[in-house]
Design a protein around this ligand. Structure first.
Ligand code: MEV
Length: 286
C-alpha cells in the first residue's frame, strides 16, 4: 500500500485555534509518502512508532521536518489511512490522526491532521475536546511564497507550552490577542472568497504582528518580516513559530507576482506555490 498525505500552511489563527478560536489552513503540494506491504493488524492504533513497526513502513517525504508545515501531522494522517485501508471515511482518519498527534504535543487542536486529511482550504474550529467543526472552502487561485527561515530550536510542543504559560501569566493580554487574531481570520477568509483579495495584505500583516506580540517569533525573523513589509509584501509566520533562531515557514503574499523575485536577495530559500485540493490518498494497492 502506498499512502500519501500533504503538508499544510496556516493562513490565520495558529495558537488561538487551540483555545477554541477559528483558523484557516490549506494543503500544499509537498507530500509525505508511506510505503507498506503489510496488512494493518486488527488492533487499535496507539502510537506512531508502534504503527510504523507493525506496518513495516518506509516513509519518504518532501515536507521539511519541524518547520511549521505539518510534517508530523502528515505522518499521522498517512498512518491512520493505512490502518483504515481506505480513505472513504475521512472524518475517522482525521480523528485517529489527531489522537496520534497528541503524542507530538499534548494540546493539538487537530487543525494540522484535519487539513492534511481533507486537503484544500479549511475553516476550522475546535468547539469542545470531542467536537471540531470544519468547513471546506473553494480554493482561490492564490499564489504565495513559503519562505524557510530555518528549523526553530523549539518544537511545536515547546511553543504550545510557552503560549499556555503566557496565558496563565497574562490572561487578559493573550485573550485579547486571540480575539484580534480571530478578527484577522474572518477578514482573511472574506478576502479569499471575494473577487478582489486586496484586503488580504493588511489582515495577513496584522495577524503576523499579533503572533509577534504573542512571543512566538524570534528577533531575527521579526526584523526579516518588518523588512518584507517595508518592501511591499504581506507576511506572517505559519505554524507554531520559534523564539530563539529560526521560526520555521513564513507565509508571504503580494498580488504583484513579479515582486516575488525580490525574495532571491534574501539569505533564505523560498518556494512560490498555491494551495492543493488533494488530501490523503491511497495511491496503489497490490
Ligand atoms: C501548529 O501548526 C498549529 C498550532 O496552533 C498547534 C495546533 O493547533 O495544534 C500551534
Amino acid at each position: 500500500m502506498i499512502v500519501s498525505a500533504p503538508a499544510k500552511i496556516i493562513l490565520s489563527g495558529e495558537h488561538a485555534v487551540i483555545y477554541g478560536y477559528p483558523a484557516l489552513a490549506g494543503a500544499l503540494s509537498l507530500r509525505l509518502t508511506l510505503l507498506s506491504n503489510k496488512k494493518p493488524p486488527e488492533t487499535e492504533l496507539t502510537s506512531v512508532s508502534s504503527a510504523l513497526q507493525s506496518l513495516q513502513a518506509k516513509v519518504e517525504s518532501t515536507i521539511p521536518r519541524g518547520c511549521g508545515l505539518g510534517s508530523s501531522a502528515a505522518l499521522s494522517v498517512a498512518i491512520a489511512a493505512a490502518w483504515q485501508g481506505s480513505t472513504k471515511n475521512r472524518d475517522v482518519i482525521a480523528h485517529k490522526a489527531w489522537k496520534l498527534e497528541q503524542e507530538f504535543h499534548g494540546k493539538s487542536s487537530g487543525i494540522d491532521p484535519t487539513t492534511s486529511t481533507f486537503g484544500g482550504l479549511l475553516w476550522y474550529r475546535r468547539e469542545t475536546p470531542h467536537l471540531a467543526i470544519k468547513h471546506s472552502l473553494p480554493i482561490s487561485e492564490l499564489h504565495f511564497a513559503v519562505l524557510h527561515t530555518g528549523k526553530p530550536a523549539e518544537s511545536t510542543g515547546d511553543m504550545v507550552h510557552f503560549v499556555a504559560e503566557q496565558r496563565i501569566l497574562h490572561r487578559n493580554k493573550v485573550d485579547e490577542l486571540f480575539q484580534n487574531i480571530e478578527h484577522c481570520s474572518r477578514q482573511i477568509v472574506d478576502a479569499l472568497l471575494s473577487p478582489d483579495p486586496s484586503s488580504l495584505m493588511a489582515a495577513v500583516n496584522e495577524n503576523g504582528q499579533y503572533l509577534e506580540e504573542l512571543g512566538v517569533v524570534s528577533p531575527s525573523v521579526k526584523s526579516l518580516l518588518a523588512q518584507l513589509r517595508k518592501d511591499g509584501f504581506s507576511c506572517k509566520i505559519s505554524g507554531a513559530g520559534g523564539k530563539t533562531h529560526g521560526s520555521g515557514a513564513v507565509f508571504v503574499y503580494t498580488p504583484d507576482t513579479q515582486r516575488y523575485k525580490q525574495l532571491n536577495t534574501l539569505p533564505y530559500t523560498w518556494d512560490l506555490t498555491t494551495l492543493s485540493p488533494q488530501g490523503v490518498q491511497i495511491e496503489e494497492r497490490e
